[in-house]
Design a protein around this ligand. Sequence first.
Ligand SMILES: [Ca+2]
Length: 227
Amino acid sequence: MKRRSLTAALVATASATVLVLTSGTAVHAEEPTAEPSATATPADEAPANPVIAEYNGREINLADSWEGAGSCTELPSGEVHCYDSDAEAVADPELPAEIREQTRKAAAAAPAGARSAAAPPSGCVADYWCLYMKVGYKGRLLRLYSDGKKDLADWGCRDKLSAVYYWVGRYSVNYGDAKITDLRSWPVEDRVRRLDPPGGWSDFTNLDYPGGGHWNNKVDIFEVRRA
Ligand SMILES: [Ca+2]
């Protein structure tokens, strides 16, 4: 992912150099004539690092398809597990015991059928970034844990993110913040926004996008920053 960004930066720099060296006429010819689309970078090329996950005892390529899975979790070990139900997800024995315990407590504290302010939304687990593909914390759910940039194309979630929640279960964990990025083609700068936990962003259509519009279905990179 970093490699790809670097390459893009180098290409952009090279293009800029060419433009400076060419005549004024050429510069005009290179000027964009229309407002670039929301996602101007190539979205159709196959991801270089597709995420392989375990789902019902077999391996699936998330970049290609979730194959019916309702949610997937990036475990602290680096492995990724996908599930049919939230119950199965929050009980995964490979989740750290403290996280399972905190999540259980929150679910027990929430009144049946209603979500209290203190409880995380459906399927979210403590100390995880919970990424929902539909507004209102609905749709497919990706739980991210480890520090660093996630190219959502690798996870099969590019241009699909609609809501995010981070619920702090253990304040001893450095939960940091996150950054969402919409990649744009030069000369338009990538759009970036910081998300400060704890809490949630339940509807990305209400999250203002720089220059107008909203963030719904635009995010390409999700960066978890715990350090
Ligand atoms: Ca995008």
